[in-house]
Design a protein around this ligand. Structure first.
Ligand SMILES: Cc1cc2nc3c(=O)[nH]c(=O)nc-3n(C[C@H](O)[C@H](O)[C@H](O)COP(=O)(O)OP(=O)(O)OC[C@H]3O[C@@H](n4cnc5c(N)ncnc54)[C@H](O)[C@@H]3O)c2cc1C
Length: 395
């Protein structure tokens, strides 16, 4: 039986572990935390991410907990429409899902061929030509035919195999929260859409419906705000006060949502990305190999909501290639398929970063032009690029 070691129990690592196990691999999943712990926030999955989860046979689990996100268009903080909302057929809408629900669905897909080992921090990787790949935590060595590095933006494995890829700040921080229904404000319409200002962005989405008894008990309203600058060292209470000041006067439902948010709902994160991207995502070694997957391969800012979607694409692509080819061929084919794809999405995300971070008085005119004319174009192109992905067809 073929064996794999997957390092990292985030969305990417869980998805690929389940996919390999369902294809008959013996998988060991190593996670440094003492348990697999998702954030109490939500994630938007665009049609490419949903298609990838369906290719991984996780569609039913997703459907039970996901809420379609209506096209709410894009506005400026003064209410002016940058992109008008359009009627979109429900099957082409993105969905929003609570991360804890998504983790539950991914864990349900692990089956009994995945040995989950928590509290294991991988520190080294053995990637010598002619030898089976292995990782180590200083006490144990875990050897396998295939090592999947799904250990996130600070990947130790990528640090050793692709040291040219640097982790850099994206120049902004993000705040997210899920306000449970019982204290969410009453809002006149289904929530969706985003609001873009100079250096600031706000996105909101409903998780299920108020009063509905869906599969998830974690319903409510999810919002995410990004702001140019560093993460804030102050207490969550002070951060919330700052957010309320920054977003004062923004159109509904921004102020209502910030007013209903409690400090303990707030999840703050400094946004980082890889620059440049790794030169390779696949490293064939003798009869096996190592691959980079998810944020370990292509961490990017969340402006287009594509990080998790790409991680699921990675997992679906790898699983499909491994079913069709020998292991070293699949590792090379994975590299060929995933590097241009990730590079294309990163390019779109960087264009969006540039617009969002245009600040300062001298740049005011340029910023308005960028927001009014360039943003709709970038969003249109990004949506097309994102939608293009299809799982590799069976040979
Ligand atoms: C604010 C924000 C909003 C976002 N919104 C969206 C969105 O709406 N849609 C979307 O598609 N994407 C979104 N993303 C991106 C998405 O969250 C990430 O791309 C995705 O979670 C990456 O998953 P991963 O499994 O690759 O990495 P991670 O989630 O970082 O998981 C890595 C795992 O590896 C473990 N680990 C790390 N090092 C080691 C080690 N040495 N040994 C053992 N274990 C280790 C970690 O503990 C962790 O569990 C957002 C990101 C941010 C920051």
């Amino acid at each position: 039986m073929r064996t794999a070691v997957v390092v990292g129990g985030g969305l990417g690592g869980l998805a690929v572990s389940g996919a390999l196990a369902r294809s008959g691999w013996q998988v060991t999943l190593l996670e440094r935390a003492d348990r697999i712990r998702p954030e109490a926030t939500a994630v938007v999955l665009w049609p490419n991410g949903v298609r990838a989860l369906r290719a991984l046979d996780l569609g039913a689990g997703l459907d039970a907990v996901a809420t379609p996100l209506p096209d709410g268009g894009v506005r400026r903080p003064d209410g002016h429409w940058l992109v008008q909302p359009r009627p979109v057929p429900v099957e082409r809408l993105p969905v929003v899902v609570h991360r804890e629900d998504l983790h539950d669905a991914l864990i349900a897909g692990l089956g009994d061929r995945v040995e989950l080992r928590t509290g294991v921090t991988v520190r080294t990787v053995r990637a010598a030509p002619g030898e089976r790949p292995a990782v180590g935590d200083g006490r144990h060595t875990f050897e396998a035919d295939l090592v999947v590095a799904a250990d996130g933006v600070d990947s130790v494995i990528r640090g050793q195999l692709a040291p040219q890829a640097n982790v850099v700040s994206s120049g902004c921080a993000a705040w997210r929260a899920v306000i449970p229904w019982y204290r969410a404000p009453s809002l006149p319409e289904a929530i969706g859409g985003e609001i873009l200002g100079a250096g600031y962005r706000f996105v909101a989405a409903s998780l299920g419906e108020r009063g509905s008894s869906g599969a998830s008990s974690r319903g409510g309203v999810y919002w995410m705000a990004t702001a140019a600058g560093a993460a804030r060292p102050e207490s969550p209470q002070t951060q919330l006060a700052l957010l309320r000041r920054w977003y004062a006067g923004w159109p509904g439902p921004v102020e209502e949502l910030l007013a209903a948010t409690e400090p303990e709902d707030l999840v703050q994160q400094e946004i980082r990305e890889l620059r440049p991207l790794p030169k390779a995502y696949g490293f064939p070694l003798g009869p096996g190999g190592v691959v980079l997957l998810g944020d370990a391969a292509h961490a990017m800012p969340p402006h287009l909501g594509q990080g998790a979607c790409l991680a699921f694409e990675d997992a679906a692509t790898l699983a499909a290639l491994l079913r069709e080819s020998s292991l070293p061929d699949a590792v090379l084919a994975y590299d060929r398929a995933r590097r241009p794809r990730a590079a294309a999405m990163v390019r779109q995300t960087r264009r969006m970063s540039a617009v969002l971070q245009t600040r300062g008085r001298l740049a005011l005119r340029a910023r308005d032009v960028a927001l009014n004319t360039i943003t709709p174009r970038i969003l249109g192109t990004a949506a097309t690029v994102a939608a293009q992905w299809r799982p590799p067809p069976p040979k």
